[in-house]
Design a protein around this ligand. Structure first.
Ligand code: XBP
Ligand code: MG
Length: 248
């Protein structure tokens, strides 16, 4: 890498925290049940539905592709929007209850990057409130203020794998993509970041482990070395690993 590394741009869901299986998925199911719908997204079905980013888009896809409902948007999207708003309220309650921690090693990486003078930013498909609630619940009341830019949700017309949210974040950072690294968990996220010209590092999770991360600078399976990896050092993305990658 020729440029000086100036910023880390983090994805949220699946990256900063493992939010999908026991967070968003539960909130969707709670909203469905509360609205009297018989829909119930299993862990496996939700894994398939994650191919579609954005909660409203995911509900629409489910109605059309799984329930063969061609009328998903017949009311101009009001039904989906209302259902998703209830889902978000259930998800925020899970966050406020402290049910969703940061992934092990993430807090340390944030601390070390800041100590090295890097700027922190976020580029995510999820609803903005979900980000501020997650950061407050895990990093304290001032957690969100540690991120110079929080680019989230519907602020851009097209969600990941489109690059829009990364372009939006770079524009507000006032930085060239060559001065930043994107940290993602999914193939959709890698495609979005790479299309915005960003070097991209992947930290996988149970939902994304088998996905195709072509174009990524490196793929790790955690942010912290665990006992099981003792015989295979280097599978964790920590500050030292990131610095080695950048200076490689
Ligand atoms: C993940 C997403 C989001 C969440 C659900 O975002 O695709 O849609 O699954 O959140 P990322 P919403 O990995 O970019 O952080 O229901 O608020 O969309
Ligand atoms: Mg993600």
């Amino acid at each position: 890498m020729q440029h000086t590394l100036q910023a880390l741009i983090f994805d949220v869901d699946g990256t900063l925290a493992d939010t999908e299986r026991d967070g968003h998925r539960l909130a969707f199911n709670q909203a469905f049940a509360e609205q009297g719908l018989t829909w119930e997204w299993s862990v496996a079905t939700y894994g398939e539905l994650l191919a579609v980013t954005g909660g409203k888009e995911r509900i629409r896809h489910y109605m059309q592709a799984y329930l063969q409902r061609s009328d998903a948007d017949s009311d101009g999207g009001t039904f989906i929007k209302t259902l998703h708003q209830r889902k978000t309220e259930h998800y925020l309650a899970l966050l406020q209850a402290g049910r969703i921690p940061l992934r092990p090693g993430v807090a340390a990486l944030l601390d070390e990057a800041e100590a090295a003078g890097l700027t922190l930013a976020i580029a995510t498909t999820t609803t903005p409130e979900n980000v501020t609630y997650l950061l407050k619940a895990t990093l304290g009341e001032h957690g969100p203020e540690r991120f110079a830019v929080i680019a989230a949700g519907d602020v851009v017309p097209a969600k990941k794998p489109a690059p829009d949210i990364y372009h939006y974040a770079l524009e507000r950072l006032g930085l060239a993509p060559q001065a930043c690294v994107a940290i993602e968990d999914s193939a959709n996220g890698v495609r979005a970041a790479r299309a915005a010209g960003l070097a991209t590092v992947v930290v996988t999770n149970d939902y994304t482990r088998a996905q195709d991360f072509s174009g990524a600078l490196a793929v790790f399976d955690s942010f912290v070395e665990t006992g099981t990896q003792a015989d295979e050092p280097g599978r964790a993305l920590d500050w030292a690993a990131l610095r080695r990658l950048w200076h490689a």
